[in-house]
Design a protein around this ligand. Structure first.
Ligand code: HGY
Ligand code: MN
Ligand code: MN
Length: 405
């Protein structure tokens, strides 16, 4: 079916762009590393027989005409990364989709539906703390306010777009109409497939993340001269809140709460921290559960702020609702997995993906590839060539099945 050697060589070559000394990858949106990576993927798309363009926000889009004038099937993922990320997260989905089309074209297999492969801009949200810019634009849900989000240097998304050569006033033209469905191959980033000794999986739904920034402000004072019972220590307050967030999340089987970033001011050994800022990522596959975890954490934070005479500010960075994958597409994926002689494992995704942005627009489906030890967002991220080949062939078969549905 597909040419696994071509696919794995593309994966390897792409992973060298933005490579870190720890063997990970740094590729953040609207940066030079990401531009180089996009241009490399563009070459793969052209070689596969796709007509390639950048849309108004910088999504890289490879298009293949269909035999008939039918709604378009969207494929893709992202090539931006988290800091020091792995080489499979996102990139595998983009390159696998390109490889499937390359193989279809090599076999002169013509599809009735047009296809588009998209490398979505900024799925991770690493630079602006606000992710899925590209898929929001394609869904038509990106707003002017969204473009005002800024990075740590104070550069806004719209400024970064302009610097990168995109006209921020055209961003609404990135919306894609008349779509049949969206399909994405992605690494699982967890241990479920490994625990089932399965190479590939059918995704039932995607947990929805809500991201907050908490800022606690107390009083910076002398660490030696200030008695313990007279302090307004912002870091002790933050620590109590963070520890409680973990306890609350643990009460629910599929809920997660993570503090990924934290900064202390003035950050001196002999100074009581006057201000602490941290992020909180809260998720669940069920919206009501996620809302309950969120409420309880925020109530506890309010309590700590009052008790310790601290000022608490909480700002929401992004809120993405959990989404179910389409039943028909799941059936197609499961049938394709059976056809290649693999066990069918269906599982939810704890990680977020671009497909969530299409929740109210068109049906989505996802194919997971086993992650070794469930590790991801880490240079140790790994999926085997055998598992990747199976997932690519499941995508190949699923596209053919959906083309006649
Ligand atoms: O945060 C996520 O779940 C994804 O990696 N963007
Ligand atoms: Mn990721
Ligand atoms: Mn990803």
């Amino acid at each position: 079916m597909i040419n696994i050697h071509r696919l794995t060589s593309h994966l390897h070559d792409l992973s060298t762009i933005g490579k870190t000394k720890e063997g990970g990858v740094n590729r953040f949106s609207y940066t030079n590393e990401e531009r180089l990576a996009s241009e490399q993927v563009k070459q793969y798309m052209v070689a596969a027989g796709l007509t390639v363009e950048y849309d108004a926000v910088g999504n890289l889009i490879g298009s293949l005409e269909g035999e008939d004038d039918l709604p378009v099937v969207l494929l893709g993922s992202h090539i931006d990364t988290v800091p020091n990320g792995g080489k499979y997260d996102g990139s595998l989905g983009v390159l696998t989709a390109i490889e499937v089309i390359h193989s279809l074209n090599e076999k002169d297999i013509r599809l009735k539906h047009p296809l588009k492969v998209i490398a979505f801009k900024d799925e991770e949200g690493t630079r602006f703390g606000f992710g899925m810019i590209g898929s929001r634009a394609v869904a038509g849900t990106l707003t002017n306010d969204d473009l005002k989000r800024v990075d740590q240097q104070g550069i806004s998304i719209e400024q970064a777009m302009e610097q990168y050569g995109f006209d921020r006033d055209q961003f609404q033209s990135a919306k894609i109409e008349n779509v049949k469905c969206y399909l994405e191959v992605h690494i699982e980033q967890g241990k479920v497939l490994e625990n089932h000794d399965a190479s590939v999986g059918n995704v039932t739904g995607i947990a929805g993340p809500v991201w907050f920034q908490f800022t606690l402000t107390g009083l910076s004072e002398h660490a030696g001269a200030t008695p313990m019972n007279q302090r307004q220590d912002a870091l002790v307050g933050a620590s109590l809140i963070i520890a409680e967030a973990e306890k609350i999340a643990k009460e629910f089987p599929t809920a997660v709460a993570t503090v990924g970033k934290l900064s202390v001011k003035p950050n001196g050994v002999n100074v009581i921290p006057g201000e602490v800022t941290w992020t909180m990522d809260i998720r669940d596959i069920d919206k009501d559960t996620r809302d309950e975890v969120e409420q309880r954490i925020r109530q506890f934070a309010d309590k700590i702020a009052i008790e310790r005479r601290l000022d608490l500010k909480v700002s929401e960075l992004q809120r993405v609702e959990p989404v179910r994958c389409d039943e028909n597409i799941q059936e197609v994926i499961c049938d394709s997995i059976k056809e290649i002689g693999e066990p069918v494992v269906s599982l939810p995704s704890g990680a977020g993906h671009d497909g969530m942005q299409f929740k109210d627009r068109f049906p989505i489906g996802m194919i997971f590839v086993r992650s070794k030890d469930g590790i991801s967002h880490n240079p140790k991220e790994f999926s085997s060539e055998q598992d990747i080949e199976k997932a690519a062939n499941v995508l190949y078969r699923s596209i053919l099945k959906l083309d006649v549905k």
